[in-house]
Ligand binder design. Structure first.
Ligand SMILES: Nc1ncnc2c1ncn2[C@@H]1O[C@H](COP(=O)(O)OP(=O)(O)OP(=O)(O)O)[C@@H](O)[C@H]1O
Length: 233
């Protein structure tokens, strides 16, 4: 089966606010997919449902052919939009924690990535610059041999040079044949990377298309299409 994520009639409300409304999506193995939409369109909410952080919703979510469960979380390596570790730890302690926590953690790949990022594993996390903490977090996420990688704003708030390093690393270091779902507002930087894009608007899927098809039918770049679709009145 070629489908890795299947979402049927997913609706998620926070009180009276509908953050996701009747979302239906089918994501294929091996694809790099952009999850795009304006602020508040539901991207993080969708990601939190997929990663198991949100459990209260209606609809069904299948991961690799099985109804989403605690087990399916093990298939997903997730980079949240905020730093997720305790900064008082040393990097090597964090690495050991990851090794214990995730059976798919590839220690050698982690060391290679640390070397690439010029980060020593003897140091305390709090001594790293914010940019290096972002790189460390990315190295941890990419060092899992996961079937699905989900990145929520991996390049928000970092300078253009680091943005490029982060994107290159995501593109080159994820497990072959895995699916990458990446949410960002920095569309200009990512447009050449995606196989497919999803546009979310007010919790609804506006479109889900191969990027070539989108660019061909609209006659515009992804960024121009985004601006046109989401232009404010
Ligand atoms: N914990 C929460 N409680 C109440 N409302 C929430 C909560 N989390 C998100 N929302 C609301 O749900 C809607 C969708 O939010 P979400 O964070 O999923 O959007 P987003 O597309 O990721 O936005 P951004 O691009 O700004 O990060 C927004 O209206 C937001 O205010």
């Amino acid at each position: 089966m070629n489908t890795i994520i299947k979402i049927n009639n997913l609706t998620k409300s926070y009180g009276s606010l509908n953050a996701l409304v009747n979302v239906n999506l089918e994501l294929k193995k091996g694809k790099i997919i952009g999850l795009l939409g304006p602020n508040g369109s539901g991207k993080t909410t969708l990601i939190k449902v997929l990663t198991g952080l949100l459990k209260q919703y209606s609809g069904t979510v299948y991961i690799d052919g099985h109804l989403k469960s605690n087990k399916s979380k093990a298939l997903i390596s997730y980079l949240p939009d905020q730093l997720f570790f305790d900064s008082w730890m040393k990097i090597k302690d964090l690495k050991n924690y990851y090794k214990d926590m995730y059976t798919d953690f590839d220690h050698d790949r982690f060391q290679v990535l640390l070397k690439k990022f010029k980060i020593e594993d003897r140091v305390y996390i709090k001594k790293l610059s914010k940019g290096n903490q972002e790189k460390l977090q990315l190295a941890l996420v990419l060092s899992r041999r996961a079937k699905i990688y989900i990145f929520d704003e991996p390049i928000g708030g970092v300078d253009p040079a680091l943005r490029q390093i982060i994107l290159d690393t995501i593109m080159n270091e994820h497990e072959p044949d895995s699916t990458v779902l990446l949410s960002t507002h920095q569309i200009y930087d990512v447009e050449s990377l995606f196989d497919e894009v999803i546009f979310l608007k007010e919790g609804r899927v506006l479109l889900h298309k191969p990027i070539d098809e989108l660019i061909e039918t609209s006659g515009m770049s992804l960024l121009e299409t985004f601006k046109e679709v989401f232009k404010y009145a």
